[in-house]
Design a protein around this ligand. Structure first.
Ligand SMILES: *Cc1c(COP(=O)(O)O)cnc(C)c1O
Length: 348
């Protein structure tokens, strides 16, 4: 296989740049397990400040953030309501069930977003001994499998009203929360006020090599700490990686708008190619889902053709591909991808 020049398979494929590496090299560090790493502490404080929450906890991954939110807040045998395609349900190796004993109740709506009306009949309280009680409603901002779509704040607020009425926890998977804030102009704290707990990913669009920050009330974060230890997520001189997070929060949020512009450029160019359609229409943020069925080629065949031309794209299934823009790809790269795709599709 040729060397990959343009990797649009995921926004996790970014490499730390020279300035981020410099911030990491200069980090003042201590023992994070003892809460004595000043850079980790500063990162946690910064995330709590941005989200308007009381406290935060640095963790190695978004998956661990989701898992700890479940372990602290969902009693064994209780139920989590989330979209069927939620990362929590589909791509975290069954953590909520394997380690938390949680039931998962999927919501089926097109596009990854649901409303209060969609779930109101599903929310159950264990007032009868044989009923499963709902403990958590989880939403993904932006919706990954919903094409990077943004949950409208009104929709969230209505679901939160329901959750508060029923005594159910609201949890946000904020892997791409900042894509939503930049595209919608709605601040992270405005979204966050509707949730008991949420987390942000540092290793997606923000461009860090590692890390996630879970946030919520002080009481929640104190309960999260022992789980961080139990799961092996307590680190030592983790300030080296936390420094990348602080750098990214300062420098890499506003520029997500470029990723959105590149995604729009890519979507428009690819949709103009015969046989390619946009599964979710024009992207709201940085994810572009393509249906390639009518090209006469399968998704894997097209991906192989692009790989020969130095481009890596995500394969969802035989008919569908996923492209993701991020800080290591440019507008000129999008032109290259569109040209390569034209060539691959027309040479079949
Ligand atoms: C990537 C991702 C996660 C998991 O984050 P990791 O840091 O890779 O563990 C969770 N939810 C969504 C929506 C994601 O895209």
């Amino acid at each position: 296989m040729n060397d990959i020049r343009i990797d649009i398979s995921s926004d996790t494929s970014t490499r730390p740049d020279a300035d981020m590496l410099k911030a990491m090299a200069e980090a003042v560090v201590g023992d994070e397990q003892k809460r004595a790493d000043p850079t980790v502490n500063a990162l946690q404080e910064r995330v709590a400040e941005i989200c308007g929450t009381e406290a935060a906890l640095f963790l190695p991954s978004g998956t661990m953030s989701n898992l700890i939110a479940v372990l602290v807040q969902c009693p064994r045998g209780s139920e989590i309501i989330a979209h069927r395609a939620a990362h929590l349900f589909t791509m975290e190796a069954g953590g909520p069930a394997a380690l938390g004993g949680a039931m998962t109740t999927p919501v089926d709506t097109p596009g990854g977003i649901f409303t209060r009306a969609d779930i109101e009949p599903m929310v159950k309280q264990a007032e009868k001994k044989h009923w499963v009680g709902t403990s958590m409603i989880e939403i993904e901002q932006t919706s990954n499998r919903g094409g990077g779509s943004i949950w409208p704040i009104e929709t969230i607020a209505e679901i939160t009203d329901l959750a508060r009425e029923k005594g159910v926890v609201m949890h946000m998977d904020g892997a791409r929360l900042f894509n939503a804030t930049v595209a919608s102009g709605i601040a992270a704290a405005e979204y966050a006020q509707h949730f008991d707990t949420l987390w942000i990913d540092l290793s997606k669009g923000l461009g860090c090599p590692v890390g996630s920050v879970l946030t919520g009330s002080r009481d929640f974060i104190e309960k999260a700490w022992p789980w961080k230890h139990r799961l092996g997520g307590a680190m030592r001189q983790a300030g080296v990686i936390a420094a990348a997070g602080l750098y990214a929060l300062e420098n890499n949020i506003d520029r997500l708008a470029e990723d959105h512009a590149n995604a729009a450029q890519l979507a428009e160019g690819l949709a103009a190619i015969d046989g390619i359609t946009l599964k979710w229409g024009m992207p709201q943020t940085n994810l572009v889902f393509l249906n390639v069925e009518d090209t006469g080629l399968t998704g894997p065949e097209i991906a192989a053709g692009l790989a020969e031309r130095g481009i890596s794209i995500g394969i969802d299934n035989d008919r569908e591909l996923r492209a993701v823009t991020h800080l290591d790809v440019t507008s000129a790269d999008m032109d290259d991808v569109i040209a390569a795709m034209s060539e691959v599709v027309s040479r079949k």
